[in-house]
Design a protein around this ligand. Structure first.
Ligand code: NAD
Length: 351
């Protein structure tokens, strides 16, 4: 038996693959285009593990995906592959449409063709799990209840609009063709192997490298944060117990302003890796011009997955942030390599 993962060299995908192979014997086929965000160094510990098969490729390359499906006959596909950075989507939205909309569509088409050729039993057991974001729901006011699965889609950035479109396509392939799909909409993740362009790893990197800690606007934007391993647990649970055609919201019940996140990071860093001059890292906080169209608040109501599938996050924000800071301190070579691009040279010698 095997499962096919797309985007498994990215932040959440690599954490998922590593966790999966710790908990299952089942083989993982991992297709990833290795964009700037994909990093095989994150999967280094699997280099000699025959249960992990890596293929460099695009989800929109239908021939390649069809060949993989025919060869390995996976019982499930989990789609992590995406362009994922909101700021990049503002500067260059086209790639987001290309991968997140067209890529997901082409992947669905290829998977549907494969699925239609399975036996009736295999067909009923097959799953296509699409990993998505809470950003598709748009922005909340401070006093609004969190997003449920019934919340109206109202995406505000090219990134969230492209993910919303992909969610709709996934839904349509269930309703129109009967493909057994599942969708998860999760809040902001943090943890090991997070590319240092996103808030938490960027702040850790900049703090340790005596750089400014940039905060958009007044820092009062609110996000719900979830430790990446808890997200991976939720995805495994939805894959095994979720009902085809359903969507599941996943969140940490851990709403923080961006300023609070950065202050918490500074406090943890002050404790575990103090500045040479004894001052707090919070001295490095700098407020910068706000992101255009910046959503004020995202919050998830994870009641459905808790009630129906029994999922709960294990880490609190404080314990997860501490683990994350310690991981970055212990894995500086990974961070340096990702930032310098050296890992691409390393990859060419490994695969
Ligand atoms: P990421 O940017 O770290 O990784 C994306 C991966 O996809 C990279 O390895 C990249 O090389 C690969 N990829 C990009 N385009 C591809 C293509 N056309 N074909 C094949 N591979 C391609 O993203 P992430 O943070 O790991 O997010 C994974 C998924 O989870 C995304 O769909 C994202 O929308 C969703 N999500 C992310 C978060 C978060 O906080 N990071 C929260 C909720 C949902």
């Amino acid at each position: 038996m095997s499962i096919l993962i797309t985007g498994g060299a990215g932040f959440i995908g690599c954490n998922f693959v590593l966790d999966w192979l710790k908990k299952n014997e089942e083989r993982v086929i991992n297709i990833d285009a290795l964009t700037y965000a994909g990093n095989l160094m994150s999967l280094n510990e699997l280099k000699n593990d025959k249960r992990h098969i890596f293929v460099q490729g695009d989800i929109g390359d239908s021939d390649k995906v069809a060949t993989i499906l025919a060869k390995y006959k996976p019982r499930a596909v989990i789609n992590f592959a995406a362009e994922s950075h909101v700021d990049r989507s503002i500067i260059g939205p086209e790639q987001f449409i290309q991968t997140n909309v067209l890529g997901t569509f082409l992947l669905l088409e290829t998977v549907k063709t494969y699925w239609e050729q399975l036996s009736e039993l295999e067909k009923s057991e097959f799953r296509f799990l699409h990993v998505s974001t809470d950003e598709v729901y748009g922005s909340l006011e401070t006093s609004d209840p969190g997003f449920t699965e019934h919340h109206r889609y109202k995406p505000n950035s090219p990134y969230s609009a492209s993910k919303a479109a992909s969610d709709h396509l996934v839904r349509a392939y269930h309703h129109t063709y009967g493909l057994p799909v599942l969708t998860t909409n999760c809040s902001n993740n943090y943890g090991p192997f997070h590319f240092p362009e996103k808030l938490i790893p960027l702040v850790i990197y900049n703090a340790l490298n005596k750089k400014a800690l940039p905060i958009y606007g007044n820092g009062q934007q609110i996000r719900d944060w979830l430790y990446v391993k808890d997200h991976c647990n939720a995805i495994r649970l939805v894959l095994s117990k979720g009902k085809p055609g359903e969507t599941y919201n996943v969140g940490g019940s851990s709403e923080k302003t961006n300023l609070d996140v950065v202050k918490t990071l500074c406090k943890v860093l002050d404790g575990v890796s103090p500045r040479e001059d004894g001052e707090s890292y919070s001295q490095q906080i700098t407020f910068v011009r706000d992101r255009p169209g910046h959503d004020h608040r995202y919050a998830i109501d994870a009641g459905k997955i808790a009630k129906q599938l029994g999922w709960q996050p294990i880490e609190s924000f404080e314990s997860g942030i501490r683990k994350t800071v310690l991981w970055y301190l212990e894995n500086q070579p990974w961070v340096e390599a990702v930032i310098s691009g050296n890992y691409r040279d390393w990859v060419s010698t490994q695969y």
